[in-house]
Design a protein around this ligand. Structure first.
Ligand code: ADP
Length: 293
């Protein structure tokens, strides 16, 4: 059982031949509206990968909130403790050109009102095997969730995205840190991703390396680079979410972390084969198939 405490957004995606310059309007191609946010994506990823998953977070009282919640429910995510805050839902306004380059504005909306964990939220965390958090909700809430997990014997995975510096109290409550190279640099302040530096802060680290796979290291001496699965890349959106969701599921099932990271690599690779975000998140069968190759 996995619990995700994180963001839920509506992604409004407009495609055009090229991105507009400041002050300019361009006529676009198609428009797609799809629920997203790293928290919601990772919750859906965990369900597809085979876990029972509870989502904690906040949607707004607008029409987007209704659609986001319906999508989570339809995906099999437990939303019984998802809050509805008066006001706007989180929205990402995304412009994409035909080369795949994008410009994005994320308005956090209700995500920024997710604060002060309730008794029900705290017990949902304590009753799970693994808590997964990202950094699209207030960092104080991430800290409170991680500390509730610690107190309840639940393992804590922090996917420290988007990149930022982290308070030491939060790092002290993390069991496994999942970061890409930019996020690693933001945490250690070093120009190159510094795994040894990260291990001074948290006991276990996974560095994701895109098409080069991932790197697992821990304080017990594990230090393994795990190559990516070779696949034809269609769209790398949500690869990190597929990876983190699957990693949480595998670790929650008691698999050792090197094996769990190998399986998560297969999930990331399965995701990049498809165009889209949450719709591209792989099922357990798809992950197993690539893992077995
Ligand atoms: P993020 O999107 O958070 O920056 P990455 O790009 O590092 O994350 O991707 C997460 C994981 O997805 C990688 O560790 C890898 O396992 C998988 N992945 C990403 N890109 C590819 C690719 N081109 N081919 C195969 N696997 C990939």
């Amino acid at each position: 059982r996995v619990v995700v405490a994180g963001s839920a957004n509506m992604d409004l995606v407009g495609l055009a031949a090229r991105l507009p310059l400041p002050g300019e309007t361009v006529l676009g191609d198609e428009f797609v509206m799809t629920p997203g946010g790293k928290g919601a994506n990772q919750a859906i990823a965990a369900v597809r990968a085979g876990a029972v998953c509870v989502m904690l977070g906040a949607i707004g009282s607008d029409a987007f909130g209704v659609t986001i919640k319906a999508r989570l429910n339809a995906s099999g995510v437990d939303t019984a403790n998802l809050r509805t805050s008066y006001g706007a839902s989180g929205v990402a306004v995304i412009m994409v050109d035909r080369a795949g380059e994008n410009s994005i504005i994320v308005s956090p909306g209700a995500n920024s009102s997710f604060a002060g964990l309730s008794a029900a939220e705290t017990s949902a965390i304590a009753e799970s095997d693994v808590l997964v958090c990202q950094l699209e909700i207030p960092v104080e809430t991430v800290l409170a969730a991680a500390q509730a997990a610690r107190a309840g014997g639940t393992r804590v995975i922090l996917n420290a995205a988007p990149a930022r510096e982290l308070p030491p109290e939060l790092l002290a409550a993390v069991d496994l840190l999942v970061v890409n190279e930019g996020e690693a640099r933001a945490i250690t302040g070093s120009p190159e991703p510094d795994v040894a530096g990260l291990l001074a802060l948290v006991p276990r680290v996974v560095l994701t390396l895109g098409g080069a796979g991932s790197w697992y290291a821990d304080r017990d001496g594990a230090d393994e680079r795990i190559p990516a699965c070779a696949v034809e890349v269609a769209d790398t959106t949500a690869a990190g979410d597929a990876f983190t969701g699957a990693l949480a599921v595998a670790w929650g099932e008691g698999r050792d972390l090197v094996d769990a990271v190998r399986w998560a690599n297969a999930a990331g690779a399965a995701c990049v084969r498809k165009v889209g975000a949450s719709n591209a998140l792989p099922t357990r069968a798809e992950i197993d198939e690539l893992y077995a190759r």
